[in-house]
Design a protein around this ligand. Structure first.
Ligand SMILES: N[C@@H](CCC[C@H](N)C(=O)O)C(=O)O
Length: 278
């Protein structure tokens, strides 16, 4: 199976061109195997670039534990880069079908190849039943989440996939590795949840770390950055236009008056290879 390794702000996936490759039926097991950082290729998960009847391509995204997610913000930018750089589509504005609908993307080139992508990520979902969460409020804003030994104030937003955002005084490993895994599987989130931790630098600048559903800590999460930008506005902590610093790089977010969230960030191809096992 031919594959391409790509990342967006350090959030790295194995990408397979399903216009050309045929995959085994059990994609979940393939995702677990390729993602393994010791015995596989090593990645935060697996992304399939497939033909679409509605758009230039369709993205399917699997976390490192094999679970399929509706959306991946860093992934969709890399899919757009792949589709353009590898000649599947030739225009600088693309449509990509995802589990959260068809998204529109604008490509910025460096020479003949894509370097940055601006994505219209659509409108955030703020209805608790659709996020989904059992916490009260549409959406829950600074709502109490009981964790046994402590209680957090969380804000929940879906960008097609679910996010639970906690604003903290100082980002550290305790939040990401101690609290993140407990939030991910908390009974208030029937589909599990991605847990973002945010330190406010200023109303225009946030620092974020994430514990992702199905993959653990990653260096960036695009949908998580969108959800956090929305949560910053909903809680009065930040402006509608923010720069978010993540361990793997920066993302620019805008929650526009149209209610749509726009994300701009890098997309990088690292290498191509052939998967021969197991
Ligand atoms: N890293 C991604 C999100 C990947 C999916 C997520 N772990 C989930 O299960 O919803 C991003 O950039 O958005």
């Amino acid at each position: 199976m031919k594959f391409t390794k790509m990342h967006g702000a350090g959030n790295d996936y194995v990408y397979v061109n399903c216009f050309e490759e045929t995959l085994p039926e059990d994609i979940a097991s393939l995702a677990v195997a390729v993602s393994d950082r010791h015995k596989g290729i090593g990645s935060d998960g697996l992304i399939l670039i497939c033909p679409s009847e509605k758009a230039d391509a369709r993205m399917r995204m699997f976390n490192a534990d094999g679970s399929e997610s509706e959306m991946c913000g860093n992934g969709v930018r890399c899919v757009a880069k792949y589709v353009y750089d590898h000649g599947i589509a030739k225009q600088q504005t693309l449509k990509i079908e995802t589990g959260a609908g068809v998204l529109h993307l604008d490509l910025e080139l460096a020479g003949s190849r894509v370097s940055q992508v601006r994505v219209n990520m659509g409108k955030p979902i703020l209805n608790s039943a659709e996020i989904p969460t059992l916490l009260p409020g549409d959406p829950p804003v600074d709502a109490e989440l009981e964790l046994g030994d402590q209680s957090l104030k969380v804000t929940c937003v879906s960008m097609g996939n679910p996010h639970c955002i906690t604003f903290v005084d100082e980002l550290n490993d305790h939040w990401v590795h101690g609290v993140g895994p407990k939030v991910e599987v908390h009974p208030m989130f029937p589909n599990r949840v991605n847990a973002e931790f945010i330190e406010v630098v200023s109303p225009a600048e946030l620092k974020m770390r994430v514990w992702e559903r199905g993959s653990g800590e990653t260096q960036a999460c695009g949908t998580g950055a969108c959800a956090s930008a929305v949560a910053g506005v909903l809680t009065g902590r930040s402006e509608r236009n923010v720069l978010i610093h993540l361990p793997g790089g920066d993302l620019r977010l805008e929650w526009a008056d149209s209610d749509e969230v726009f994300m701009t960030g890098p997309a990088v191809e690292v290498y191509q290879g052939v998967w021969t096992g197991p």
